[in-house]
Design a protein around this ligand. Sequence first.
Ligand code: DP6
Length: 402
Amino acid sequence: MMPETNSEHASMITCTAPVNIAVIKYWGKRDEVLILPVNSSLSVTLHQDQLKTTTTVACSRDFQEDRIWLNGKEEDINQPRLQSCLREIRRLARKRRSNGDPSSDVSLSHRVHICSVNNFPTAAGLASSAAGYACLVYSLSRLFGVDSELSLVARQGSGSACRSLYGGFVQWKMGERQDGKDSLAEQVEPESHWPELRVLVLVVTAERKPVGSTSGMKTSVETSTLLKYRADSVVPGRMEEMISAIRRRNFADFGELTMKDSNQFHATCLDTYPPIFYLGDISQKVIGLVHHYNRHYQETRVAYTFDAGPNAVIYTLQDYVQEFVEVVRHFFPPESNGGEFVKGLPIGRASLSEELIRAIGVESVPKGISYIISTKAGPGPCMVKDPDFHLLGPDGLPKKST
Ligand code: DP6
């Protein structure tokens, strides 16, 4: 589709892209510039109704230089990872045009303006770089008329971003080549494959600012022997088992693998020297609570996973989500006038049996969890047709409201 020109000057495109949460974790690079991982990984794309990045890209002969605004603030366009994405997209567009396939007439010599916002607070500690780079690359691809190899470009912005280019269940195959051409994301199953699957993001009241994933994984690669063992001997088998569990919609297998892989990732962090601690007291309490809950029912009904921070992401099924949220509310009682505890997909109240409360039996921590985002698996990036939603005005500068 040709980019719409909604002003005399600028060609403009607006797109949205989702967050993804890995169930087999990416941790460690074998090439830091191309962002090639030491192991394959697999994630679930979360629904954009709850969590998304929106990006507008504009191109005009009047623009003097490439510029970018993130969440209302102008940022340095010269960051190497941003530059890689811009360069790679322009290269792919040039290649396409030289092959006689001009699906866009937007000039590649014109400068671009980029404006991007998240619909969730950065303070929520959710990795926004995956949705951010996926959205940037997808928007630029629509502007310049590129429709293949996008995950190779997004990967060079942030590794996990390549998985946000697809909806549903997505694997990032590590690849073997040194030039990274085979290190790309692929959809395993679309979001419609498992409609009963539900996701809860438990936003923990953070105690401190954690080490960033880029520097954390670098130290892990340099110092952890467990990381090498994990990458060589554990993840390949787990990828196959996870894909099989998803295809069979077998929650017990899916949940158990998800928890084990999160635990091994955090064990690798502890095996890093000096060690990295992403799980806080509340995270550990959530782990205990999930295991007690599952043991009570003698079945894996709920699974946790943690990224490079203390927030828990819970996977469960429609049938159990209501009771489990009530359990969380019971053991982490929110402030009575602290705003809504559950945001996103509505979840009704449930009553808990004394027996269940006793079986879980962890110590309660008032206000330990700030709020819950209730969501499910969702689709990949989308283009927004209505020009009212452009984040840049006809002059190519952020609209006042962004
Ligand atoms: C723990 O993709 O943020 O979330 O490639 O350096 O940008 P860079 O790292 P990033 O790492 C994500 C790590 C993780 C696990 C995962 O998403 O697979």
